[in-house]
Design a protein around this ligand. Structure first.
Ligand code: MEV
Length: 404
């Protein structure tokens, strides 16, 4: 499953504002799931190092069976969100696990007991073990690019596929291994996993990772919707990783505290961010020429960042990287929860040369100029130890692979 960038509306979406996110399909989390004859659950998080070693975890299947019996038994096709008793139980059970792995393990255990309960309970001589290998391909962990959502989606997707292949799902659809039949179930299970990791997220990260493309949150219906990609010009961005670690849960809670202290002020900021997302959707719908699209998107990015800054979710490292982009007349904003993590810089729209205003002069050599600017920016960022990589907006969501 892919990571995501939030183009507009992070944080404000938690308060019901319109938000727009896009999958970055070339940066993904893979979950390999294997059922084997054995008597333990085995988890490997390849990107989490504990004392310099890849993190591995084992749990005897009979302990997993006991945990399963503590939770209500539901159908794998009717996801049940974990309530406080479930998350308290799991966090106590995993209290000795390294903190950087504990929440991911909670998700693995909860989703396995919910989606594959019969496999765990099977009363035959054969005992089944379940092995998960989780690894990132290019997606930085905990950097605001939706790594926990991509993990949650890939985990839910792998479990649903295993349930299908092992005849564990009650009502099997005609074309069983067509993933599109199961996207809404996978999305809802991945939200359950995100709740264990983040508390009560808006759901935009897991929806975008699951369905791919460009996603908007629609306030009036309290739901997410895919934006018609055929209307969208190609949007090229530079992703900048400040490598400053942060916690989404903490940042969301900081904004909540600010809103409790200054409700009227935060309400106005949220409403201004809502207006930014809506203006961006209008920009897509109006099918304006790419020059207008570029100029206006640039303004929207800059204003959205300033508003996020006023919510207190920026960080000196983000400000520095954004300053470097802006010094080259490129618009940039933090993306995701902020507090470190990543920024995005708008590079180009469409495949036609765009005129750029530089030092009050309209510069007309679009293509050559953007390549020069990009190289210069990447170098400036590198000199300050920021990582950066180019990507374009809106790729494929979850994909099933058969590794046999
Ligand atoms: C994190 O990628 C996005 C936030 O808006 C949190 C959320 O939507 O749950 C900061």
């Amino acid at each position: 499953a892919p990571g995501k960038v939030i183009l507009f509306g992070e944080h404000a979406v938690v308060y019901g504002a319109t938000a727009i996110a896009a999958a970055v399909s070339d940066l993904r989390i893979f979950v390999d799931l294997e059922i084997f004859s054995g008597d333990y659950l085995y988890v490997i998080f390849e990107d989490i190092l504990v004392d310099g070693k890849i993190f591995e975890y084992q749990l005897p299947i009979n302990v997993l069976k006991q945990i399963t019996s503590c939770f209500n038994k539901n159908s794998a096709l009717s996801p049940v969100r974990p309530d406080d008793s479930v998350s308290n139980y799991l966090s106590t059970f995993l209290s000795t696990a390294p903190p950087q792995a504990a929440q991911g393990l909670q998700s693995v255990i909860y989703l396995t007991t919910q989606i594959l309960p019969d496999l765990i309970d099977k009363q035959t001589d054969v005992v089944y073990g379940i092995k998960f290998v989780v690894r990132s391909v290019g997606l930085p962990i905990g950097a605001g690019l939706g790594s926990s959502a991509a993990f949650s989606v890939a985990l839910a997707g792998a479990l649903i596929r295993a349930a299908l292949l092992n005849n564990q799902l009650d009502d099997q659809l005609e074309n069983q291994l067509d993933i599109t039949n199961y996207l809404s179930v996978i999305n809802e299970w991945s939200y359950c996993s995100e709740m264990l990791i983040h508390g009560k997220p808006s759901g935009i990260d897991n929806y975008t990772s699951c369905y791919g493309g460009l996603v908007k949150y629609v306030k009036s219906d309290n739901r997410f919707e895919l934006i018609d990609k055929s209307k969208l010009p190609q949007i090229d961005i530079l992703l900048i990783n400040t490598k400053v670690p942060r916690s989404t849960k903490q940042l969301v809670s900081n904004v909540r505290e600010l809103s409790n202290r200054l409700p009227r002020v935060v309400e106005q900021i949220v409403s201004a961010i809502d207006a930014i997302s809506i203006q961006f959707i209008e920009l897509i719908d109006k099918q304006v020429d790419i020059q207008t699209f570029y100029n206006q998107m640039k303004e929207l990015i800059t204003i959205n960042h300033r508003l996020l800054q006023s919510l207190g979710v920026s960080h000196p490292s983000l400000e520095r990287s954004i300053y470097l982009s802006e010094s080259l007349h490129l618009a940039s904003k933090l993306t995701g929860a902020g507090g470190g993590g990543c920024a995005i810089t708008l590079l180009d729209i469409g495949d036609r040369a765009i005129d750029r205003t530089i030092d009050d002069q309209i510069v007309k050599e679009g293509d050559r100029q953007i390549n020069e600017l990009k190289e210069k920016l990447v170098e400036l960022l590198r000199l300050e130890s920021f990582d950066s990589f180019e990507s374009s907006i809106g790729g494929a969501g979850i994909i099933w692979y058969n590794t046999n």
